[in-house]
Design a protein around this ligand. Structure first.
Ligand code: PEP
Ligand code: MN
Length: 268
């Protein structure tokens, strides 16, 4: 179902408010790694809206490497994210870690449910979100081949949910300078193999704030349908991934340069 051989035209995923991913315009998803406080979320949501991001991101259920690191505000965080974004009329994207939280995600009317890199092959979770009709953002696994990634999309689609958006977020290689190695060739490979929309996350791919703007632009030039970037009002104090989070000012600048590359979805 994910293959272009069986579905030649590009798929466009449409959110409840009409925002499209995979159409002629670029979709920018931005926000903090983790939801931290209501004030942070209202400030950032207002900024995202003003600058023209199409979708607000924010993690409430966080897949952390160490069990002693901040694990996210869970249901409370989900509520903070949704409340702040709704006020600015922005759709939200946020990660689910377990199928038993699906009811809460549906009840809060999360617009895009994110499956993180670490859960790309959590087949039970893929099947569970496949039973809904919600747009699903499927991140590439830490060491997943393109074939395995598309097969994970297939699990969701096999359940009857055609609304899958892929996200390249870097893969594990021998290189340690960056957190992961951004595989921009995956954008081209996916576009050839599949009709599904694909976005790129240069934040988790590099772990370095200063690399994010250039690689976001490179992703668009490579043919991505959009980007997902981490933006924090005060990156040095962020509870998670501060080093890769760009500031609101950097985000404004990035949006300006993206507008020179292609039309952007959202407030115009
Ligand atoms: C995230 O986007 O919050 C995240 C944890 O990313 P990934 O699953 O790509 O590591
Ligand atoms: Mn993060």
């Amino acid at each position: 179902r994910a293959s272009r051989a069986f579905h030649p035209e590009d798929t466009v995923v449409t959110l409840a408010n009409g925002t499209q991913i995979g159409g002629k315009k670029l979709t920018v998803m931005a926000g903090p790694c983790s939801v931290e406080t209501p004030e942070q979320m209202t400030t950032l949501a207002a900024h995202m809206r003003k600058t023209g991001a199409a979708v607000m991101r924010g993690g409430a259920f966080k897949p952390r490497t160490s069990p002693y690191s901040f694990q996210g505000l869970k249901e409370t965080g989900l509520e903070m994210l949704c409340r702040a974004a709704r006020k600015e009329k922005l759709p939200v994207v946020t990660e689910i870690m377990s199928a038993d939280k699906l009811d809460v995600f549906l009840q809060q009317e999360v617009d895009i449910i994110q499956i993180g890199a670490r859960n790309m092959q959590n087949f039970e979770l893929l099947r569970a979100v496949g039973k809904t009709r919600k747009p699903i953002l499927l991140k590439r696994g830490l060491s997943a081949t393109i074939e395995e990634w598309l097969m994970a999309a297939e699990y969701i689609m096999a359940g009857g949910n055609p609304n899958v958006i892929l996200c390249e977020r870097g893969i594990r290689t021998y290189e340690t300078y960056t957190r992961n190695t951004l595989d921009l060739s995956a954008v081209l490979a996916v576009k050839r193999q599949s009709h599904l929309p694909i976005i790129v996350d240069p934040s988790h791919a590099t772990g370095k704030r200063w690399m994010v703007p250039a690689l976001a632009k490179a992703a668009i030039v490579a043919g991505a349908d959009g980007i997902m970037v981490e933006v924090h009002n005060n990156p040095s104090e962020a509870l998670c991934d501060g080093e890769e989070s760009i500031t609101p000012d950097m985000f404004d600048e990035l949006m300006q340069s993206l507008r020179q590359l292609a039309p952007i979805c959202g407030r115009e």
